[in-house]
Design a protein around this ligand. Structure first.
Ligand code: ADP
Ligand code: MG
Length: 260
């Protein structure tokens, strides 16, 4: 899919996102460089998941355009869209694994659906993908037999199965304790550094946002779109918008002296 060497991995221009008749986001414009660890951040209900669903083609674009590696996704025909979608790895917030299948069988699913590999070849790839996320030896365990953090890792292995050029994660740390979340952050960094995969991560977890994001767009209900864009720590240091601080440094905001 890498058609244009100079083009960004993702280029979004004037995107309008709707849920049914309701416009959730207006005029969303941003781009993501190849290999960037890019975050979509903001409070609950601001439209993060809605944006993600538009990016991967689960919801129809009302206006504007999305291009991947210089190739227009919005106007592509069904076959070209499917081909582009095959180069995305997606891990949804509640994208649970199939409970009746082992971790290995879960990770093998995309390979079964989208490749003509033999069972032996699939097994080899699955073993390697599970090793990449630190789950060697857990191939034959069922999701109910492993921890929440291990289930997330297996879901990431499944998203990596087809060697995606871009990985989309919706709230990867949802439901995890802080220590497990930080180890998931390290895994995400490792994947980006080793595989040079472009990553788009939806999150409202401050430690992840301030810890690993290269750059972020902050969505906000007030503007029904992008309130701020930049490296999160830089936004925190430089933004004069109180809403940016309210999101990125809620403790500072509540700790500020209040008039009686
Ligand atoms: N399937 C849906 N149908 C109608 N409205 C929806 C649907 N999903 C989300 N919304 C609305 O869209 C807005 C943004 O939701 P969402 O994208 O899920 O926010 P976030 O992921 O940032 O928490 C919310 O007001 C929500 O109620
Ligand atoms: Mg969401």
């Amino acid at each position: 899919m890498d058609t244009n060497a100079a083009a960004p991995a993702i280029d979004v221009q004037g995107l309008e996102c709707r849920q049914g008749e309701r416009t959730i986001l207006h005029d969303v414009t941003f781009s993501v460089a190849k290999g960037e660890l890019f975050f979509v951040i903001g409070g609950s209900g601001c439209g993060k998941s809605t944006l993600l669903k538009h990016l991967i083609g689960l919801l129809p674009v009302a206006a504007g355009r999305i291009a991947y590696f210089g190739r227009d996704f919005t106007t592509a025909g069904p076959a070209a869209r499917r081909e582009m979608q095959k180069s995305f790895g997606v891990s949804y917030q509640y994208g649970a694994l199939w409970s009746s299948m082992t971790l290995a069988e879960n990770v093998a699913l995309p390979l079964q659906e989208h490749t003509t590999l033999t069972a032996d070849e699939r097994r080899e790839i699955v073993r390697w993908k599970l090793a990449q996320v630190g789950l060697s030896g857990s191939e034959d365990q069922y999701p109910s037999e492993v921890s929440g953090g291990m289930r997330k890792r297996a879901a990431i292995a499944r998203a990596l199965a087809l060697d995606p050029q871009i990985i989309f994660f919706d709230e990867p740390a949802a439901g995890l304790d802080p220590i497990t979340s930080r180890s998931l952050d390290r895994l995400i960094l490792e994947i980006r550094d080793n595989l040079h995969t472009t990553m788009v991560i939806v999150s409202h977890e401050l430690p992840s946002i301030l810890g690993i994001a290269d750059r972020a767009i902050l969505l906000h209900r007030d503007v029904q779109g992008i309130l701020a864009e930049g490296a999160p720590r830089q936004l925190l240091a430089e933004s004069t918008d109180p809403r940016v601080h309210e999101f990125l440094a809620p403790e500072d905001v509540t700790a500020a002296p209040r008039s009686p």
